[in-house]
Design a protein around this ligand. Structure first.
Ligand code: SF4
Length: 66
């Protein structure tokens, strides 16, 4: 799994960090960022929920293809 956060789109709503606190956090400016070592989602099923929860669709989740 590969997670992209479009920081130009992110408005810092924090829904991603609420939905998947094991993967997303917020940086000093309040924008979404990935926790160190969790760039691949770490198998966390909440990642897709976080992407859905984002009000501006800033999160893109892609399945890795082998
Ligand atoms: S839910 Fe979307 S807008 Fe809110 S912090 Fe996360 S990526 Fe940014």
């Amino acid at each position: 799994m590969h997670i992209d956060i479009d920081k130009d789109v992110c408005i810092g709503a924090g829904q991603c960090a609420l939905a998947a606190p094991g993967v997303f956090t917020q940086d000093d400016d309040g924008y979404s960022t990935l926790l160190p070592g969790r760039e691949d989602g770490a198998g966390d099923a909440n990642v897709r929920e976080a992407a859905r929860a984002c009000p501006v669709s800033a999160i893109t989740v892609r399945d890795s293809t082998g």
